[in-house]
Design a protein around this ligand. Structure first.
Ligand code: CAA
Length: 398
């Protein structure tokens, strides 16, 4: 039977790639002013995956503490959202299912629509829980944002995964209806199957993003959503963090709500703290914005938050959620800060070397060096199969 109980995010955990390249280091080689990166696009550093990390290892790392806290008894569905799919057929979530030792009575599926996929997963999860409130759904969002070397997009890369447990009577955020939806066929950012870097028209993508803010906000209001001024702040998809400030200005102007620059800065800055040092993580980015807001602000009990999810191509959604009073007791702030601080800084030449050694596609046996500081690793490739393993505490890191 459908439930009247609130449904939403019961737990939220994220992990990021084990390596970090600062924009100060990048600027020495691109010739761009570091102020352009720090202020113009709002990025200080970007996470990069080590040689033995990918969307599966990051997602397993993000999800392991969620499983440890809540167990697996009620999980019936695992939804894995990604733009950085590793297989045309098999869902990346099946590898995570195996690494985490989840029971067999779970459906696992992968979702794709650029950076929007995790929001689709969250809404599908909420609908499943509405139908069967004893069920919990594990939503994973994991991506490596990768653009061509020496392209303008290079400064907006990153890598991270978010894990969310969706349940009835959630501890963190109740997801409200209605949603404002917007789909428009546009070639602003895309990645044909034969490429491992995205193609992008940067300026067009920013225009497309802002058009989607309008479209989703209009649909939200047409469906009798809350007046925008009743929303405390909005977590935006953050391809680079300045985009969120631009988007909020655009949202408020479109809704006829007056706000000066300081008010916009105050509202949005708390949502950007993680993404400005991690970079774009496509599907996970919006939920890292939520994590930053919850982890950094202790006065959000019962606050209404807005969420704007954008996936190039394009599909967007605007919706709201209510922060559950007492949420602070369920946060994972210290683990999130540890995941960031454990990253190993690399210089530009090391970054270039990592980028010019793609995974082999000859089907032969290849071993990968142990570089990750996470709990799971891609140990190699064999017969065209990815081989994953759990890292034992005593293992040496290369
Ligand atoms: N000091 C301060 N600011 C400076 C500066 C300096 N010395 N030099 C430049 N700036 C400012 C510029 O004025 C500009 O700000 P405004 O947009 O407010 O005018 C900003 O820094 C960026 O400068 P440019 O426009 O010259 O930068 P660029 O041509 O190198 O490209 C970019 C920037 C388009 C974001 C590029 O990095 C890119 O293509 N990134 C990938 C695409 C992307 O992220 N698109 C976002 C929307 S699409 C989406 O959201 C989906 C997704 O995840 C990809």
């Amino acid at each position: 039977m459908p439930t009247d109980r609130a449904v939403g995010i019961h737990d939220l955990s994220f992990r990021t790639g084990s390596l970090v390249l600062t924009h100060a280091e990048l600027s020495k080689h691109t010739g761009a002013s570091v102020a352009k990166y720090h202020k113009g696009i709002g990025q200080q550093a970007m996470s990069l995956p080590a040689a033995d990390e990918d969307i599966v290892t990051m997602a397993a790392d993000a999800a392991a503490p969620v499983i440890e806290r809540h167990g697996t008894d009620r999980i019936r569905t695992l939804l894995f959202a990604t733009e950085t799919s590793i297989d045309q057929s098999k869902a990346a979530g099946v590898y995570v299912h195996s690494l985490l030792g989840l029971p067999s009575h779970i459906r696992v599926v992968e979702l794709k629509q650029a950076c929007y996929g995790a929001t689709a997963a969250l809404q599908f999860a909420a609908a499943l829980v509405q139908r069967e409130p004893e069920q919990q759904v594990l939503v994973l969002a994991s991506d490596v944002a990768r653009y061509d070397l020496d392209s303008p997009g290079e400064a907006t890369q990153g890598a991270a995964a978010a894990a969310m447990l969706v349940s009835a009577d959630p501890s963190l955020v109740e997801i409200n209806t209605p949603s404002g939806l917007y789909t428009h066929d546009v070639m602003d950012f895309w990645r044909p199957n034969y490429r491992d870097t995205a193609l992008v028209d940067g300026k067009k993508s920013m225009v497309a993003y802002l058009a989607a803010v309008d479209g989703a906000r209009r649909d939200y209001q047409a469906r009798e959503g809350l007046p925008i001024e009743k929303i405390r702040t909005v977590c935006y998809h953050q391809p680079f963090t300045r985009m969120a400030f631009k988007a909020h200005r655009h949202l408020l102007d479109g809704a006829g709500v007056e706000a000066d620059t300081a008010a916009i800065d105050d509202a949005i800055a708390p949502t950007t703290r993680y993404n400005e040092i991690i970079g774009n993580s496509y599907t996970a980015s919006l939920y890292l914005a939520l994590a930053a807001l919850l982890d950094g602000d202790d006065e959000l009990d019962a606050a209404t938050l807005g969420f704007f999810s954008y996936g190039s191509g394009s599909v967007a959604e605007f919706f709201t959620g209510r922060v559950v009073p007492g949420y602070r007791a369920r946060l994972r702030t210290s683990a999130h800060l540890k995941a960031i601080s454990r990253r190993r800084p690399i210089d530009y030449n090391t970054y270039r070397r990592l980028r010019t050694h793609p995974l082999p596609d000859d089907g032969a046996q290849h071993r990968l060096p142990h570089q990750t500081s996470g709990s799971f690793r891609l140990s190699g490739i064999e017969d065209h199969q990815r081989v994953y393993e759990t890292v034992h505490a005593s293992a040496d890191i290369a």
